[in-house]
Design a protein around this ligand. Sequence first.
Ligand code: UDX
Length: 448
Amino acid sequence: MTDRPRLTVLGTGYLGITHAACMASEGFEVLGVDVDAEKVAKLNAGEVPIYEPGLEELLADGLRSGRLQFTTSYERAAEFGDVHFVCVGTPQRRDGQGADLSQVNACVNALAPQLTRPCLIVGKSTVPAGTAVALAARVAEIAPAGDAAQVCWNPEFLREGHGVQDTLSPDRLVIGVRSARAEAVLREVYAPQLAAGIPMFVTDLATAELAKVAANAFLATKISFINAVAEVCDKANANVTVLAGILGADPRIGGAFLQPGLGFGGGCLPKDVRAFLARAGELGAGDALAFLRDVDAINLGRRTGMVNLAVEAAGGSIAGKSVGVLGAAFKPGSDDVRDSPALDVAQILHGMGAEVTVYDPAATENARKVAPELKYAETAIGAATGADVLLLLTDWPEFAQLDPAELGAVTAAKTIIDGRYMLDPAAWRAAGWHYRASGIPAASTADV
Ligand code: UDX
């Protein structure tokens, strides 16, 4: 159709680039906006600064077709767009647990004064409940279009590594709107998804804002639950991976996000749990979410627990010992090291005087930027060479194929701690390794 709404995407981070490229692939005219001129130039040249399968192709197609462009100009964006998607970052505040809304505020303050005709400002960034209502009041005040520039909220639920698929074909759509016009426009934007039968929840603004943090807090709770159970298994000489399988077989529980391990990290779960808790406190409902403090503490405790296991395996002191670390990314299939449990453990051990060598199939470059003090190897064998202790910290599928005999030939000692339960304890023990994992019975008690 000729009068399909024209879209802008404000903020070209992980979310913004993916959303912009996906919308262009569906035939929309899309203008991506970022204050970083260097990034904009790279995107216009077809360079994707993040690791996301399928995104480079979509970006190239969009640029080639002329439907997708990037700019630093908010003036151009205001003139171009009927729907403005706010996709800027909302990291944890430096001085607290809540969300830092400075990018959202800066974005709206730059856009709103230039809005002269009816349009929608659609927040996708994860924000505390109440943000959208406050923004709507501010936009009505500073936009020349006044009430005709409406604020809506449309949270995203995309997982890194699956961003394109999760955007084009999400489990559900959530739109928080205040008018029938806003709903109608967003139904037009998401017409392909609606035609495919994807459910759309039409809500008020606060419910839409809460949908995202509540979902992430639930996922985090599931992970911390099984990790807490792993601690109990450790004391009871029980097997947490077997137990997780048993729990997951109950359809009321479900096995997804019930994998024990070194816990969750990344750019979303940790900060969303904290921001949800902080906002609940501000709203006078802090007690209701007090358990999220435990969820966070259990999660961080897994990292300390891993450090303690490494020290124990090294004979009581890690200083001067050589530690091989397999994994730096916060999860497999990603080069993201934000709040990565693996990199955190590697850095703590380095801080304790260990000589740490890290191997990661994709995240080495990013890890080197934030942890230049560590050594990096090109292969798993490289990281294992000369190691007194080997730690498996990110569940990259390739680590499941590691050969205990091959690795045992290059390490200084055959000691491995499996932080992600990827290896077969019996096979590694049979190959002469001291295999240790929290919540997996010790060798002497493992025989059934
Ligand atoms: C997450 C949400 O899934 C997504 O909906 C939201 O929009 C953004 O945050 P992402 O950060 O890409 O996505 O990571 P995800 O795949 O959800 O994994 C989160 C963390 O939990 C990772 O560190 C992962 O290793 C860990 N995890 C996941 C576990 O430790 N156990 C599990 O069973 C599942």
